[in-house]
Each structure stands twice: as structure tokens, then as C-alpha cells.
Design a protein around this ligand. Structure first.
Ligand code: ARE
Ligand code: CA
Length: 459
């Protein structure tokens, strides 16, 4: 239930954080479809507050004003165009939806679609919501008690009561509108702060996709095995974010000996069929929600190793992050002009982006591993090799992966593959697999220190 992303068996989503709808449509056509991406997580599509102090931070989009589809990323018409153009090239859209709350206490004015609102009066006429649709005001000042976590006000955000059928209906109608446009699923923001019975009731009110099947759901639940709300409480509702993996992969990349234990069920990590897995996300890369010990684009070699390993491995459903540079300013919104209009994302000849967009998802060790993960789905990890800060393993008889911290490697290893010639997906070198399944595995590129071959990659 709710675990099929509806993208023809493909395995990797990219979060194009704060991109405009017009750019996402282009990226689907010019890049994502060619690399085999399943889909895109887009920033919240509905009307939100416009914060002036600090000036237009990225996080203003997590304060909804209504469910009208006009946001910092574009208009409703541009949204519709993006969804259908991406779908036409086999790339699905997953919308980040904020169902837990509306704007923060103390805020009022006009949202991005022109609706007025006043949080202190609990007045959101663009929906409409009024006071009776919200929980009583209380501060979320303890993470030890489920009632406080779910019914109090996360950082002062006006907390909706999803036990009320009117609220459930408004939320379901919002999701159904998105489904009518052709989206394939949802990232549910702050799911940790809603009761699973309420989310279940909302999901039951959501329609099937036009092509059939239940929409894909993945729920944002930060569970570091230190509180009463666990990821396992949400697995009946779809996939659940696995933040413990972010810490585990950092430790593993800093000491390759630990990569074998990066999935730690003893620590409570979510089962593979429900774990939504990523190296970093838009919060923890800048020290928000669950920040701290995280690998990000700021250490590009370690980051490539971390994402490549994650995509080669057999755990969970994976999301790749795509960021913009923000320096020391964790509030900074997306690259923008003097009027705070979001800048275009270029497509340079070398596939880099520019305009202060990082575009990790276009880096060779990340982008070209998408095809690997798609090719090896359903196979076992075998022939695990770990020596001198080099890791390698096969995935059934479908693929073989290797990476080296130093950027150099020269080992003869068992690949598990049929004899033949294979082309490395990352650096293009030919690999010859002998009749006994072994091959000389060479890496010689400190910038992209990864090698991956799959069945069918011969030429
Ligand atoms: C902003 C201002 C606040 C202000 C508020 C209301 O920063 O000072 O009080 O507005 O006016 C994002 C930003 C917030 C921002 C918010 C609204 O990160 O800074 O607040 O947007 O604009 C918890 C939740 C988890 C949540 C993280 C951030 O459990 O759901 O906090 N993550 C999602 C999104 C965020 C977003 C929101 C939710 C809100 O991904 O981008 O916030 O929609 C432990 C706990 C975790 C806890 C974590 C951090 O690890 O186990 O549960 O995460 O600490 O507190
Ligand atoms: Ca709540």
C-alpha cells in the first residue's frame, strides 16, 4: 500500500530544492529522463507566507496560507505544464505537502496567491480554516511525550486538528487536485507531528491515480531512536524517512570498515521495504531538523562516495539531494535577482549548472549511478571486498561496483558477472570480465573515484 512510485520500476528520486517549475520541466526533458531518474521531489506547491525578516528565507514555504497552487516556484499553469511534460518523458512529480500546520503565530498579511490570513486569529480564508479547526495553543517543548509532539505547535506553527472531518476533507481535496494534474505521490512534511490514524483516514480519502494504483507516500519522521514516535509506527502508510542512515553513512565514509554495518536494524532502523534513504536533506545540510553529523556537497569527494555507495547498496528507496550554495547563511533562499525572483538553472556544456546552483545530481558519480541502481534492483549484495580504503561488491549477476578513497585502485576481483566487455558508467573505461567472473578493476580519477558496470553496458 502506498509504496509504488509509479515510474516503471525506476529507483531514484531527486529533490530539486527550490527550483522553479519551468526549470524542472526542462530538467526532466534534458537530463533526468536520459539518466533514468524515477522522479522529482518538488518544493511545496501551495500558497505560503512571504517572510521579510530575514529576507525571503527558503523556509517561508513551510508556512502555508492556502492550498492554491501559486508559490515561489511558479503559477498553477506552470505547475500543470511541468507535471505533464515530466510525465511525458517518464519522470514523475512528488509534491512536498504540509498537512500538519498553517503559518506561524504572529504572522499575518497576504500569501503568494493573494489570499489574506491572520495566524493569531486562526483565520485562513483562502481554504477556509477558522479557529475551531486548530488544536489549542501549546508549545512543543518536549520530545518525550507523543501528545505534545503531535498536538502542540512545532516552532510556533498553527497546528491543525486532523481528527476533524472538515480538516481531513480539505487536505484530501488538496491532494486530489494534485493527483488530477498527474502527480504520482507526496512527501508528507512533519508526519511525526500527526497521529497515524488521522493520516490513514486522509490517505483513504485520496483517489487512485488516473492510470490506476494508489499514490506513493513517504512520511517525514525524524526518529533517532530517542523518543516515543518511531518510523515503524508509520510503515503501514508508505515509506518513512530514515534519518539514522545519514549518520551511519557519514561514519562509513569516514572509515570504510564501517560501511558493512551502515544498515543497523539493532538500532531500530526501518525495514528496507519502507526505508526512505538519503545522505542529506534540505534541513540537515544547513543545520535544521536533525542537523549535525552529515555529509554534504561541501565535501564533494566524500559526498560522491556517500551517494554512490548508497545507490549501489540494496537498502531502501533512495532520494538524491540537489542544492544551492548558501555559505554561512542557513536562512538564505534560492539564488535570486534583486526582486527575489528565483534564478534560472543553466545547463552548461560540461553539465554543470552555475548561477549558484550546486546540482549534485548532475555529478557523474551520482547521476550515472542511477542506471546502476535501476539495473540491479532485486539482487543480493555479494563478493564484498574491503581493503585499504577500497570497497567493492557485486549485485547478483547484474552489476558490480567499486570505489576508492584515494581515487586510485588496481585489484583483480570477482564481479559475479558473465564473461564479456563492460563499460564503466562513471569514467568510461572498459572492463574485461573473464570466464571465471574475475576482472581487473582500475580506478584512476580522484574527482570521481567510482567504478560501476552493469549487464548491457558493453559496447
Ligand atoms: C521558522 C523559523 C522559526 C519560527 C517558525 C514559525 O525558523 O524560528 O518559529 O518559522 O514562524 C522549516 C524550518 C524552520 C521554520 C519552518 C517554518 O526548518 O526553521 O521555522 O520551516 O517556516 C523537527 C520536526 C521536523 C521538521 C524539523 C525542522 O520533527 O518535521 O523540526 N522538518 C520539516 C521540514 C522543515 C520545516 C518543517 C518541518 C515545518 O523539513 O524544513 O521547517 O514545516 C530532533 C527531533 C526532530 C526535530 C529536530 C529539530 O531531531 O527528533 O523531530 O525535527 O530535533 O527540532
Ligand atoms: Ca500536529
Amino acid at each position: 500500500q502506498y509504496t509504488d512510485p509509479h515510474c516503471g520500476g525506476k529507483q531514484v528520486i531527486v529533490h530539486l530544492f527550490e527550483w522553479k517549475w519551468t526549470d524542472i520541466a526542462l530538467e526532466c526533458e534534458r537530463f533526468l529522463s536520459k539518466k533514468g531518474f524515477c522522479g522529482v521531489q518538488v518544493s511545496p506547491a501551495n500558497e505560503h507566507v512571504m517572510v521579510t525578516s530575514p529576507p525571503r528565507p527558503w523556509w517561508e514555504r513551510y508556512q502555508p496560507v492556502s492550498y492554491k497552487l501559486q508559490s515561489r516556484s511558479g503559477t498553477e499553469a506552470e505547475f500543470a505544464d511541468m507535471v505533464s511534460r515530466c510525465k511525458a518523458v517518464g519522470v514523475r512529480i512528488y509534491v512536498d505537502v504540509i498537512l500538519n500546520h498553517m503559518a506561524g503565530l504572529g504572522r499575518n498579511g497576504t500569501g503568494t496567491a493573494g489570499s489574506t490570513f491572520n495566524s493569531d486569529l486562526f483565520d485562513f480564508p483562502g481554504v477556509p480554516y477558522i479557529k475551531e479547526h486548530f488544536n489549542e495553543v501549546c508549545p512543543l517543548n518536549s520530545y518525550n511525550d507523543a501528545h505534545t509532539i503531535k498536538d502542540c505547535y512545532l516552532v510556533g506553527l498553527t497546528d491543525l486538528d486532523q481528527n476533524i472531518s472538515y480538516v481531513r476533507d480539505k487536505i484530501a481535496a488538496f491532494l486530489n487536485t494534485l493527483i488530477d494534474y498527474g502527480v504520482a505521490g507526496f512527501r508528507v512534511d512533519a508526519a511525526k507531528h500527526m497521529w497515524t490514524k488521522d493520516i490513514a483516514a486522509i490517505q483513504q480519502n485520496v483517489k487512485d491515480l488516473p492510470e490506476g494504483g494508489r499514490p506513493f507516500f513517504y512520511h517525514e519522521v525524524i526518529d533517532q531512536s530517542n523518543g516515543p514516535v518511531t518510523t515503524q509506527q508509520y510503515t503501514s502508510l508508505g515509506y518513512v524517512t530514515e534519518f539514522r542512515y545519514c549518520q551511519k553513512i557519514k561514519e562509513g565514509i569516514e572509515g570504510f570498515d564501517r560501511l558493512g554495518g551502515v544498515v543497523d536494524y539493532g538500532w531500530g532502523m526501518t525495514d528496507s521495504d519502507h526505508a526512505f534513504v538519503f545522505v542529506d536533506n534540505h534541513d540537515n545540510q544547513r543545520g535544521h531538523g536533525g542537523g549535525g553529523a552529515i555529509i554534504t556537497f561541501e565535501k564533494p569527494i566524500n559526498y560522491r562516495l556517500a551517494v554512490a555507495f548508497t545507490l549501489a547498496n540494496d537498502y531502501g528507496f533512495t532520494r538524491v539531494m540537489s542544492s544551492y550554495y548558501f555559505g554561512e547563511n542557513s536562512d538564505l533562499g534560492p539564488p535570486h535577482d534583486i526582486n527575489f525572483l528565483t534564478k534560472d538553472v543553466p545547463f552548461n556544456a560540461d553539465e554543470s549548472c552555475g548561477n549558484e546552483w550546486v546540482c549534485e545530481h548532475r555529478w557523474a558519480s551520482i547521476a550515472n549511478m542511477v542506471a546502476f541502481r535501476n539495473a540491479v534492483v532485486g539482487t543480493q549484495k555479494q563478493n564484498y571486498f574491503n581493503k585499504n580504503n577500497q570497497i567493492a561488491f557485486s549485485r547478483g549477476n547484474k552489476g558490480f561496483f567499486a570505489m576508492s578513497r584515494s581515487g586510485h585502485m588496481d585489484e583483480t576481483l570477482q564481479t559475479g558477472l558473465p564473461a564479456g566487455q563492460y563499460r564503466d558508467l562513471i569514467n568510461g573505461r572498459m572492463v574485461t570480465v573473464g570466464s571465471d567472473g574475475t576482472a581487473r578493476i582500475q580506478i584512476d580519477n580522484p574527482q570521481e573515484p567510482v567504478l560501476a558496470i552493469i549487464i548491457g553496458s558493453d559496447s
